[in-house]
Design a binder for this molecule. Structure first.
Ligand SMILES: Nc1ncnc2c1ncn2[C@@H]1O[C@H](COP(=O)(O)OP(=O)(O)OP(=O)(O)O)[C@@H](O)[C@H]1O
Ligand SMILES: [Mg+2]
Length: 273
């Protein structure tokens, strides 16, 4: 059973994903009904590549997230965490490895086509439109949808009530934590099947970080698997079903969040003892 199911008590799942698998009531999320596959829902497998004609940043790097789970990528600055996320999203020149989403090889798809396939991505930087209002940001998030997205918007406002209050305000005027809520909300507007977050708690206070983690857990409980990069390694691994420590574009340590938190080498090198 996952730690955060015991420790974090928010059962108010408000972003519903009909194609996902709700897990709030399930005491053993790994035991829930899934198609006959033990493959991760999203995997970047043995990814090797870099930017343009530059050197390889990722070297045989594998990251993945299972259905109904939260996976966390940690590691030092410059380790290639954001690069791994960009590779999953189709923004890198890869000459090794592949990206598989729900059993389908999507390695050759453009980022936009990956969004259509169900990927929601919140990049580390420039993840909102500062001059647009909060609501306009959410509307931009719905760019691939042809149906009525007002219900999704209402669900996002239920998840992040402060955004409803500030919906007519320019997103650039919001606090750091509020801007991250806009960014996550924007990604949720496509009703993604998997959510990728690059440092969702960057630059926010510990209290706001806890609050954001609670909301992220809430999203995960609606059945949307979450793969996130975090610099708050200890706190992130506490809520992670699976953790990856990357160093110089390679997998240095992989395990459950609990295993990594207990690993003396990981503790010494990455968690400050
Ligand atoms: N657009 C780019 N073009 C060329 N090189 C890049 C680009 N973005 C990142 N790099 C290089 O790739 C390497 C990994 O960077 P990346 O941003 O993936 O690290 P990170 O683990 O996300 O670091 P941080 O914790 O600081 O966010 C670095 O050496 C960086 O200089
Ligand atoms: Mg980064």
């Amino acid at each position: 059973m996952s730690d955060y199911q015991n420790d974090r008590g928010n059962n108010d799942a408000s972003i519903t994903n009909p194609s996902g698998r709700g897990s709030a009531e399930n005491t053993d999320r790994k035991g829930q009904a899934t198609p006959a596959t033990d493959q991760p829902f999203l995997i970047g497998n043995a990814m090797t590549g870099g930017y343009g004609k530059g050197p390889d940043i990722l070297n045989d790097c594998t990251v993945a997230v299972n259905r109904g789970e939260i996976a966390v990528i940690v590691g030092p600055n410059g380790a290639g965490k954001s690069t791994a996320m960009k590779a999953l999203f189709g923004m890198l020149n890869m000459h090794g490895g592949r990206v598989v989403l729900d059993g389908e090889d999507i390695s050759t798809l453009s980022p936009q086509d990956r969004v259509i396939k169900g990927m929601g991505f919140v990049p580390q930087v420039r993840n909102i439109f500062p001059s647009l209002t909060v609501e306009e940001n959410l509307e931009m998030g719905a760019f691939i949808r042809k149906d009525d997205f007002r219900q999704t918007m209402a669900q996002i406002y239920d998840l992040f009530p402060i955004l409803r209050d500030k919906r007519r305000q320019a997103a650039g005027e919001l606090s750091g934590g509020q801007r991250q809520q806009v960014a996550v909300g924007r990604a949720l507007m496509t009703k993604p099947k998997v959510l990728m977050l690059d440092e969702p708690t960057a630059g926010v206070s510990p209290i706001v970080m806890d609050e954001l983690f609670d909301r992220i857990i809430e999203v995960a409980r609606t059945g949307i698997p979450i793969l996130m990069v975090e610099q708050n390694a200890r706190q992130a691994l506490e809520i992670a079903d699976k953790g990856y420590v990357l160093v110089t574009g390679r997998n240095a340590h992989t395990g459950t969040g609990k295993e990594l938190l207990a690993d003396p080498e990981v503790r010494r090198s990455f968690l400050g003892g």
